[in-house]
Design a protein around this ligand. Structure first.
Ligand SMILES: [Zn+2]
Length: 219
């Protein structure tokens, strides 16, 4: 627990320091102070996109505030952007937790970044989302996927195409067994779904694991 509070103290300290050097402006009205000022935060209207089979998201990526907050987090390293999104997702958490328990989700798997991207960015946003949700659900995070240098094969309908997709996958599974029967794959944004689908194919390749997907936002 000491470790955790030290981390949040560290983050706040860094945020305060950065705030002093680089003042923040509200992504909606431009007022100086916070990334989403209190007035805009209170009037910000959003609703989760409709869940499709096996995939749910907290926010619609088409919502400009969502897009700006995610970009501020990923590309400007502004942790307060993620804190805003978490705050806004609070109301959705009870329903989310209930759904995950019903599905029998036993662990959370983050979509990995390539080593190069991880070095550039310094953090994997999917891992941070996974840690948050794992804490909420009281299940472990299993970082069992690794990026390969392959670009991936998108069509995967027949067994043959599935086999080809595996051989050409941008992901590989780091463990040969011991994966729970139901996992939740997590990433920040779902756009075409190709990345998530490739990861699901790998997770389900042994035929013993059912994978559901959750993203912070959906395009
Ligand atoms: Zn504002």
């Amino acid at each position: 627990m000491i470790g955790l509070s030290m981390i949040s103290l560290g983050n706040n300290f860094v945020a305060t320091l950065l705030g002093a050097v680089f003042p923040r402006f509200c992504v909606t009205c431009g007022a100086e102070g916070r990334l989403l000022c209190r007035a805009c935060s209170e009037t910000w209207w959003h609703e989760p996109p409709a869940a499709v089979a096996g995939h749910a998201a907290f926010f619609a990526y088409a919502n400009p505030v969502v897009r700006k907050l995610i970009c501020a987090w990923k590309y400007d390293y502004d942790v307060s952007a993620f804190e805003h999104l978490k705050e806004q997702a609070q109301d959705l958490l009870p329903e989310f937790k209930q759904a995950m328990r019903k599905l029998g989700v036993q662990a959370i798997v983050p979509v990995p970044l390539s080593d190069r991207r991880l070095r550039e960015r310094g953090f994997n946003q999917a891992r941070i989302i996974a840690d948050w949700l794992a804490h909420e659900l009281n299940v472990p995070v299993l970082a069992v996927l690794e990026r390969t240098h392959r670009l991936g094969h998108q069509a995967e309908r027949s067994d043959e195409e599935r086999r080809l997709a595996m051989a050409d996958s941008p992901f590989l599974l780091k463990i040969s067994d011991g994966l729970p029967s139901t996992v939740l794959l997590v990433d920040d944004v779902w756009t075409t779904g190709a990345t998530m689908q490739a990861a699901i194919t790998v997770l389900e390749s042994a035929g013993k694991t059912k994978t559901f997907a959750l993203t912070l936002a959906k395009g």
